[in-house]
Design a protein around this ligand. Structure first.
Ligand code: TXA
Ligand code: MG
Length: 354
């Protein structure tokens, strides 16, 4: 049986947090909100508990987990060394949506790192996540709280959909602030490399530590020789049941193309979903139209993206046409998630399949 506990984000009830923290300490699984997406957590030092995470998510064994901490002191137990650039980034962005990869200490069980000698660490800023880790008195390993391959959960109801009956507790703290998972930055080589774009953007990182590269496999269809450095990025991800197509080009042409594509699919008897924006939604007349956010406030698009993909599933659409966004700032994270949801299927507004 899964217990669903409602906790007030602005003023978390400590007795409820302590109840969940005890379950973590005793080897149980607790799904909890963070500022990015919901996570499914276990005591990082309890190998059996961590193994259970992989089982309930249906997660491939070679995909390592992020270890979440509440206080800076906790990191010394977990890593071999802290490079200078990491210190600067921790100072600037922790707590917050930035995960850093370090060389791991012997104390971190290999089950967390999928056998790798590096460990991903993040300090969430969400009050519930912070208190839960603090009161559990252990670091918490937590992947996103979805069944592997599905869009990450940004609301407790999504976690219930995927994991009810499979975890001990789901803490319901409402909607997550950012809506896309944390930025993952590898600091174990000379040049820092973004393995997964997120709300701490490439531009923000460069401003603080200078040169930063982006893993070239991120925004391209995986080919044999282009293997992502972050094991998780190679899997099919964020996928609703429908086929997703991203329509690219100038916005006016994109809208026109989506209208044409929708007509065509309706003729075939398909149920069509359109992922529109505040700026375009009234121009669509047919299909199931959902507004993902405001182009002038791209953070709203990031926040709603996964929820909208799940909404389309609820409506039972066969195909989704999504407008595209700029590949800069938070747009990089949005396009990365969208391309994965689409399996990199893109249609140019001029006509041909890219
Ligand atoms: O925002 C987040 O990061 C959320 C919340 C719950 O904190 N968590 C999350 O975890 O997104 P997950 O497991 O869904 O994604 C972790 C990503 C995966 O792509 C994984 O391969 C990568 O981080 N990763 C973890 N450890 C790594 C390591 N040692 N080296 C390279 N990539 C690593
Ligand atoms: Mg995930």
């Amino acid at each position: 049986m899964t217990k669903i506990i409602r906790v007030d984000r602005n003023n978390p009830e400590i007795e409820l947090i302590d109840f969940a923290a005890k379950v973590i300490r005793e080897g149980g699984l607790v799904a909890f909100p963070t500022e990015t997406v919901y996570g499914i957590g276990a005591n990082s030092f309890d190998e059996e508990a961590v193994k259970k995470i992989f089982m309930v998510k249906g997660r491939p064994q070679d995909n390592p987990l992020i270890v979440h901490i509440a206080e800076l002191e906790q990191i010394y137990d977990l890593v071999e060394e802290i490079p200078q650039k990491a210190k600067i980034l921790m100072e600037k962005f922790w707590p917050g949506p930035l995960t850093l990869i370090f060389k791991k200490s012997q104390k971190v069980p290999y089950v967390n790192t999928a056998g790798m000698d590096t460990v991903a660490i993040r300090m969430p800023s969400d009050t519930i996540a912070h208190l839960l880790i603090k009161r559990a008195k252990v670091p918490i390993s937590a992947p996103s709280a979805n069944v592997s391959g599905k869009p990450s959960p940004t609301d407790a109801s999504h976690v219930v959909e995927d994991l009810d009956g499979k975890v001990d507790i789901i803490i319901d703290g409402g909607k997550c602030d950012f809506g896309v998972e944390s930025t993952v930055l590898d600091l174990t080589e000379k040049m820092p490399v973004v393995l997964r774009p997120g709300a701490v953007t490439l531009e923000m990182l460069k401003e603080v530590i200078g040169n930063v590269e982006v893993d070239p496999s991120l925004l391209k269809k995986p080919k044999g020789n282009l293997k992502p450095k972050s094991p998780g990025m190679k899997y099919k991800h964020y996928s609703p049941n429908a086929e997703v197509y991203i329509v690219k080009g100038h916005l006016k042409k994109v809208v026109k193309k989506i209208q044409e594509l929708t007509e065509e699919q309706l003729k075939y008897g398909k149920k069509v979903g359109i992922m529109a924006t505040v700026q375009t939604s009234t121009q669509y007349k047919k299909g199931e139209i959902i507004v993902v956010g405001d182009r002038n406030r791209p953070e709203t698009i990031a926040k709603n993206l996964f929820a909208v993909l799940r909404q389309f599933d609820k409506k039972g659409v066969d195909v989704i046409f999504a407008e595209s966004f700029e590949y800069n700032n938070i747009g990089l994270a949005i396009m990365n998630r969208l391309e994965k949801a689409a399996g990199y299927k893109e249609i140019s507004a001029e006509g041909e399949l890219i």
